[in-house]
Design a protein around this ligand. Structure first.
Ligand SMILES: [Ca+2]
Ligand SMILES: [Ca+2]
Ligand SMILES: [Ca+2]
Ligand SMILES: [Ca+2]
Length: 504
């Protein structure tokens, strides 16, 4: 995320406050570098669902040095290789005024300067306000000096949760969709040549004439492929029954009114728990995956296709698996989708196991015609997934946040895309958050692994970088009330930058 011109002094101040705090009690950072894995989904939760995880072995100092390590990376390094000398640093930099951008028409580019930008909110651990942190890309990648924060408290909200990005109003600047943790319903933050105005109040999306499920997700996509961002969400016609699926089609007005909307019956006969959409790009209709809900075990999901007419009313049921992600893994121009066991289980025997065709299994379904599904066994367990083209071969790669169960993360494994689909053998990556909190208290070992959070081409070199993050566990005594996030931006062979942001 690289910032572009700030529009007000207060914005710069807020940004400085957010990015400039280092925590005094914890001068060192353990950088564990393992070897192969990555992330991929958008979960926002304690196990960083949509996100990822890993293991490793290097220790790097964490002095307040330069935030980024600017050495160019070897050009032909397909795997996400941990770098031996990351130079993470807490950021004490002074925000500078980035140059104003112009519309680039690229997804993820909020300020239109041609570089993808990173938008994030911390998970809901405790009492720390959940603000929206935006770091803008640049030719130097992501650095905290180019960022801004939209404070939830300024809008009277207890916190925000980022749901994704798309150009919702058709001005070709990417916008951000968020939800408020205290008041239901999606809201929009508008992109522009100066990025998001941190002082602007988010625009409340006008719902269709039904209630909106504020907990189970809104997801952006372009389900009719017209280039304007659309929003899919669960809605209820009757109280408490969020079994219908609404799509609000863009462009939206700046008052939050969609051009049109549709409501259709949700798939299956039971609860529905989450929505995942394909990444937008160009004028291509994106698909939507609807996850089943239930008792905590693995659930099936349903794949809906997009078309110029909008989201299909017909779906295909996929294998059970609570983790999922879209990507074009074989590079044929059609979106593929991967579904995997995320390790969660119903907690009462004898229902606390899954059958062999589900337990530790990851299935890849290919779009287009003619390619049979791929099945990977013993993936165990994909708590989250992040997709990006890390090696720049125009085929998407998959980073999986892995763990021994559905809760603890140990590493991030990268599966690389190829002409026949995904393949194993990529790197396993592990980064660790601080061993101690500001008060000297120890961080529980299982709370230290960083997780994959996002991927995009933040520096414009034609390859996507993987953004790993460690969120201070606000529910642990060592970090209670501390809204710190530590980021590692890796290009596959080394960390391009590492920095801290704060959520309060
Ligand atoms: Ca940008
Ligand atoms: Ca826009
Ligand atoms: Ca659209
Ligand atoms: Ca790049």
């Amino acid at each position: 995320m690289d910032p572009v011109g700030r529009t007000s002094a207060s914005a710069a101040t807020a940004s400085a406050a957010v990015f400039a705090r280092s925590f005094p009690g914890s001068p060192t950072l353990d950088h564990h570098v393992f070897c192969n894995r990555v992330e991929g989904v958008m979960r926002i939760g304690k196990s960083a669902a949509v996100t990822v995880v890993v293991v490793s072995l290097l220790l790097g100092g964490c002095d307040a040095g330069p935030v980024r390590n600017a050495s160019p990376s070897p050009s032909s390094s397909p795997d996400l290789t941990p770098s031996p000398e990351p130079s993470p640093a807490s950021s004490r930099q002074t925000p500078s005024a980035p140059a104003a951008g112009k519309d680039s028409g690229k997804p993820d580019d909020i300020n239109g300067d041609g570089f993808a930008d990173l938008v994030s909110t911390p998970p809901h651990y405790g009492e720390v306000p959940l603000d929206v942190t935006i770091v803008y890309g640049s030719k130097d990648g992501l650095t905290p000096r180019n960022g801004t924060v939209v404070k939830a408290a300024d809008s009277g909200s207890g916190g925000f949760s980022v749901k994704g990005t798309a150009d919702f109003d058709g001005d070709r600047f990417t916008d951000v969709v968020i939800e408020s943790t205290s008041v239901g319903g999606p809201r929009l933050l508008w992109g522009g040549p100066n990025g998001v105005d941190p002082n602007a109040r988010p625009t409340v999306v006008r719902p269709p004439s039904v209630s909106i499920d504020s907990d189970q997700g809104v997801v952006p996509g372009d389900f009719d492929g017209d280039g304007n961002g659309d929003l899919a969400m669960f809605v209820a016609k009757a109280q408490g029954s969020f079994s219908d699926l609404a799509v609000l089609y863009g462009p939206f007005t700046r008052e939050g009114v969609a051009r049109r909307h549709t409501v259709q019956r949700g798939p299956g006969d039971g609860e529905l728990s989450g929505l995942v959409a394909a990444r937008m790009g160009g004028r291509r209709a994106t698909g939507l995956l609807v996850h089943g809900g239930g008792d905590g075990g693995q659930q099936p999901s349903w794949l809906f296709g997009g078309s110029p007419a909008g989201l299909s009313h017909h779906s295909r049921m996929l294998n059970q698996g609570n983790a999922s992600a879209f990507g074009d893994f074989d590079g044929d121009g059609n979106d593929d989708v991967v579904v995997a066991d995320d390790g969660s289980r119903y907690d009462e025997p004898p229902y606390d196991t899954e059958p062999p065709e589900v337990d530790g299994v990851m299935t890849v379904y290919f779009g287009g015609a003619g390619r049979a599904s791929q099945v990977f066994k013993n993936v165990r367990f994909a708590q989250g997934m992040v997709v990006g083209d890390f090696d720049g071969d125009k085929r998407d790669d998959l980073a999986i946040q892995r763990g021994p169960d559905g809760y603890e993360t140990d590493s991030v494994e990268v599966f690389h895309g190829g002409p026949t689909g995904l393949r194993r053998g990529g790197k396993v990556i592990r980064r660790l958050g601080p061993a101690k909190g500001p008060n000297g208290g120890k961080t529980a070992p299982e709370e230290r692994p960083a997780v994959p959070r996002a991927a995009a081409d933040y520096d414009g070199d034609g390859r996507d970088e993987l953004a790993l993050v460690w969120f201070a566990p606000d529910d642990e005594p060592a970090w209670e009330g501390i809204g710190l996030s530590r980021w590692w931006i890796t290009d596959g062979s080394r960390d391009e930058s590492s920095f801290d942001t704060e959520g309060s």
